[in-house]
Design a binder for this molecule. Structure first.
Ligand code: SF4
Length: 98
């Protein structure tokens, strides 16, 4: 089966400053809401042929956990997008709480 994967952002900019990343160099401008995260899917003309979503655009998903979890619930709920969780990947560098 052909795969079509969309990469979505969870923030505008990023605080993490990973050295290899251009987003890290631009600094942090703000968190996206769950609706703004989902709009990246909804506004895509090819949305009906999407098979996978990966949270790997701008931002660190664990640094915007509440909105990211809301968006994941809507993507995977029967009353929402009804996507299988197996088709969604959250890419994170991990956040350590001290
Ligand atoms: S966490 Fe991701 S978006 Fe943020 S600086 Fe690192 S690689 Fe870039």
């Amino acid at each position: 089966m052909d795969k079509a994967t969309l990469c979505v952002s969870s923030q505008v900019g990023c605080k993490m400053g990973c050295l290899f990343c251009m987003t890290g160099k631009q600094g942090f401008q703000g968190n996206l809401t769950a609706n703004e995260i989902l709009n990246q899917v909804k506004s895509l003309p090819e949305r009906n042929t999407l098979t996978n979503i990966v949270y790997m655009g701008m931002g660190e998903p664990f640094d915007n956990l509440v909105e990211v979890m809301k968006s994941l619930e809507i993507l995977t709920s029967e009353w929402g997008f009804a996507m299988s969780p197996r088709r969604i990947t959250v890419s994170t560098i991990g956040i350590i709480h001290h």
